[in-house]
Every structure is written in C-alpha cells, then in structure tokens.
Ligand binder design. Structure first.
Ligand SMILES: *Cc1c(COP(=O)(O)O)cnc(C)c1O
Length: 330
C-alpha cells in the first residue's frame, strides 16, 4: 500500500451549493475537479475538512467511528469560515454514500478506509476578500490505509516552540488549511535544524498541541491535556482516549499548563500524540532551547499502549463498544 495520503479509492461524492441551495450528493469516479482559478478558496483559503475512518470488521460489516462528531465539527468549521453550512443530514448522506460506493475497496484489518470530507468556497470572485464565498463545493474522497505502524512504533521527537502560534486563540478549533499553512515554517525548521518529527506549539509558554495532533501526558494516575478553549482542535481521538482513561481509573485533567511544568513531569511520565490517522503515537523526547529531554525512559509507554489497544479494539469490533461509538454502514 502506498504511503498514507497518496492512494485513493475509485469513487468520490460531490455536492454543490449554488443559488442558495445544495444539490444532491452524487457518487462519481474520482477525477480532477473543475473550477475557475479565480475561485474564492484559491485566494482567501475558504476551506475546511474532516478526517475519519471506516473499518471492515472480521464479519464483513463496515463501521464508521464517531462520525456524528466529525459532522458537527465540519459544520462548526464552515461557520467559522463563513462558508455555506451543509446540513447534518446532507453530510451524513455524503459520508455514507462515499463509503458504500467503495465498499469493495476497504482493506481488511488492521487497515481501514480514511475518509476526507472537504468543503471549499467556489465563488468566482477575487474581489470578495472581505466576505464569505456564496458558492461552495462539498466533496468526500476516501483512501485505503494500512497499518500506520507496520514498520514498528518509533517514539517521536518533538521540538517545543514557545514563540510561534499554529493558529489564533479562537481559530485553533477550526480544521482548516490555513492553520496548517501557519505552522509549516516552524515544523520545517524543526525538522531541518533539530531532526524533530513535529513541533509542540506552546505560545507564551503554554502547552497546546502539534500541527496536526493533540498532545497528552500520563503522569501517575493522571492523564493531562490542554483544555479545549478554542485555541486547539477538539480531537475526537483525544476525547475518546480521555473517556477510556477515566473508565480505567485515571483522573482526567483538562487544564492549562506550562512548558516548565511539563519539563518537571518528564522524568516519570508518558506522552503521546492523538489523532485519527495514527490513533496514538508515543513521544520519546522533547527538545527545548537546544536541550533534548527524554520522556520517561524514552521508550513506548505502557499505559499509552494499553489505551491505544482499548481504543482500536472498539474501533475494529474486537471488544464490545460500551459507548455506542461505532455505527454500521452496510
Ligand atoms: C485533525 C486534528 C487533530 C486530531 O483530531 P481527531 O478528531 O482526533 O482526528 C488534532 N489537532 C489538529 C490540529 C487537527 O487538525
């Protein structure tokens, strides 16, 4: 299987917002889109997206994981970008038909189907810099993905950046290309200068998250992460892991905390990144002001891996889903 993000299924779903109404979502062969170079999205970044997965369980049934939360988050992002907001029903229909259309192409476990609903402003008007696009396109593309950790789990190295922001205090909760663009220079420099995998953004010394994943610490019987206040993306994986940790007896601490506090915890804590693509990626080291600090013993954390297994067991139907997170598609 190709690298994550470069292989796609044969079909996609498209709906357009024109003259104040949405068209029916249509399944069509995946192909280049046709829109004018003067389209709003290409100039003013009126774009947002989602990322979720469908799994083929061993009995052949296909299940989506917590897609309702992805729909609500996309609506929230659309609102923030002044894009036409697709109804819950429209998004549900688009996602379900995109999955059903490629049912045969969904890999066996531990693979999955990664689903990328995307909403863009298509109004042809480079004069509309100061208002939202009045026309939009919603499309859902899908990608068969293999085991993210097929080469084994290598703990990540993060650079702590306490100068730059990946977003603004309120726009951080919006899943939009602009936030990724804003963090690119910092991530590129971290990779080139320090050999870091990712940047942990900590503007003003306050720990937030990385460019594309939430950051979570386990310290004794506490699980600690930045509270959702608009500045970070409210991750669905994050929320799921916190809920599972609470059920395992951990004290969940959604708080504001500083780089200094984090450094103090490091000798005996575990840390990981959470997000749909990799689910949970252990963090083995942090670099701050030129000094590298090991997270615990620098290896993959035991509690982190237990939480990862608990979550993937529910996603893949190996364990009973007490939370009603999985929804049958076919
Ligand atoms: C998508 C994303 C996440 C992870 O969200 P999930 O719902 O867990 O996939 C975290 N941070 C950022 C910046 C993201 O874009």
């Amino acid at each position: 299987m190709a690298q994550f993000g470069q292989e796609f299924t044969t079909q996609m779903v498209v709906a357009n917002f024109l003259n104040n109404q949405w068209s029916e979502p249509q399944v069509q062969p995946i192909a280049p889109l046709n829109f004018h170079p003067g389209s709003h999205v290409l100039h003013y970044s009126s774009t947002c997206f989602e990322g979720l997965k469908a799994y083929r369980w061993v009995d052949g049934s296909i299940h989506l994981f917590r897609y309702q939360d992805n729909i609500k988050r996309l609506q929230n992002s659309a609102n923030a970008l002044c894009l036409p907001v697709p109804s819950y029903e429209l998004l549900e229909q688009a996602i379900f038909s995109a999955v059903k259309a490629v049912e045969e192409e969904i890999p066996e476990l531990p693979g999955a189907l990664y689903i990328r609903p995307t909403l863009i402003g298509t109004e042809l008007n480079i004069g509309a810099a100061g208002r939202g696009s009045l026309e939009a396109m919603l499309y859902v593309i899908t990608s068969p993905v293999g085991d993210y950790f097929s080469g084994g789990i290598r703990p990540l190295k993060l650079l702590i950046d306490d100068e730059n922001m990946r977003s603004t205090p309120k726009f951080g909760q919006v899943k939009t290309g602009g936030n990724y663009a804003a963090s690119l220079a910092s991530v590129t420099a971290a990779r080139e200068k320090f050999g870091a995998d990712q940047v942990l953004f900590c503007p003003g010394g306050q720990v937030q998250e990385t460019g594309a994943a939430n950051f979570i610490v386990i310290k004794g019987k506490q699980i600690i992460t930045k509270k959702t206040d608009g500045s970070i993306l409210p991750g669905i994986t994050r929320a799921s892991i916190l809920q599972l940790a609470a059920a395992k007896g951990f004290q969940v601490m959604e708080i504001d905390y500083t780089v200094q506090e984090l450094l103090d915890w490091l000798p005996d804590c575990e840390a990981f990144l959470s997000g749909t693509a990799a689910v949970l990626s252990p963090v083995g080291a942090l670099i701050y002001r030129g000094v590298e600090y090991s997270v615990g013993d620098g290896q993959v954390g035991e509690h982190s891996m237990q939480l990862k297994t608990m979550l993937t067991d529910i996603q893949t139907g190996k364990k009973q889903d007490l939370y009603d997170w999985s929804k049958l598609v076919n």
